[in-house]
Ligand binder design. Structure first.
Ligand code: HEC
Length: 171
C-alpha cells in the first residue's frame, strides 16, 4: 500500500515536471502583452458568454480597433483560410461564420485529434488567446503559425475577422 502511494507520488511529480518543461519560457513572455491577466488556454476557457459579432464590434477593444490594419495582418491567415461566405476549406478550415461555433466543427475538414476533441466556443476571448500563441493555447494542434505577439495587433485582427467572417456574399 505504502509503495503504491510512493509510486503515485513519483508519477505525479514526473507529470508536473513534464508539464513545466512543455510550457517552456516563452509562455511567460507572451502570456499577455500588458503582463497583467494571463491568457486562458483551451482547457481553461470555462463558462463562456457568447455575443454576436455585431455586439462585439460595438464594444471595446473592437469598436475602436483599426480594421484596416487588421485586414493587412489577415493576409497571412488567408494563405491557409478562406474568410468569405461559401469559401472552401484550404490548408486550414473555412472560417466564414465560425464565431460563436464549437471549435473543430467545420464540415469536411480533417482536424488534428486535439482540435477535434477540444471543447469551447470561438469567442474573441478564445481567438485572442489562440492567436497569441497557438501552441500554448492548444498543444499538439496542426496550425503552423507562431502567433501574433502584440495585444493591439490581435485586437485589430480580431475586429477585422469579426466583420469579414460574418459579411454577406459580395456579389
Ligand atoms: C500555415 C497555414 C495556416 C496559417 C498561416 C493560419 N492557419 Fe489557422 N489553421 C490552420 C490549420 C491546419 C488549422 C487546423 C489545426 C488543427 O486541426 O489542429 C487551423 C485552425 C484555425 C482555427 C480553428 C477553426 C475551427 O474550426 O475550430 C482558427 C480560428 C484559425 N485557424 C484562425 C487563424 C487565423 C486568424 C490566422 C491568421 C492570423 C491563421 N489561422 C493562420 C492553418 C493555418
Amino acid at each position: 500500500m505504502r509503495d503504491n502511494f510512493r509510486l503515485l507520488a513519483v508519477a505525479a511529480l514526473v507529470t508536473s515536471v513534464t508539464i513545466v518543461a512543455g510550457c517552456g519560457k516563452k509562455t511567460e513572455e507572451t502570456g499577455s502583452d500588458s503582463g497583467t491577466v494571463p491568457l486562458p488556454s483551451a482547457a481553461t476557457m470555462g463558462e463562456q458568454v457568447v455575443l454576436t459579432a455585431e455586439e462585439y464590434l460595438e464594444t471595446e477593444p473592437f469598436a475602436g480597433a483599426n480594421r484596416r490594419r487588421g485586414e493587412k495582418q489577415a493576409q497571412i491567415c488567408k494563405a491557409c483560410h478562406s474568410l468569405n461566405d461559401g469559401g472552401p476549406n484550404m490548408i486550414g478550415p473555412a472560417l466564414h461564420g465560425f464565431f460563436g461555433t464549437e471549435v473543430g466543427s467545420r464540415g469536411g475538414f480533417e482536424y488534428s485529434a486535439v482540435m477535434r476533441n477540444a471543447d469551447f466556443v470561438w469567442t474573441p476571448e478564445a481567438l485572442n488567446a489562440w492567436l497569441a500563441q497557438p501552441g500554448r493555447f492548444l498543444p499538439g494542434n496542426r496550425m503552423t503559425f507562431a502567433g501574433v505577439l502584440k495585444q493591439e495587433d490581435r485586437d485589430d485582427l480580431i475586429a477585422y475577422l469579426l466583420a469579414a467572417t460574418t459579411a454577406p456574399p459580395s456579389d
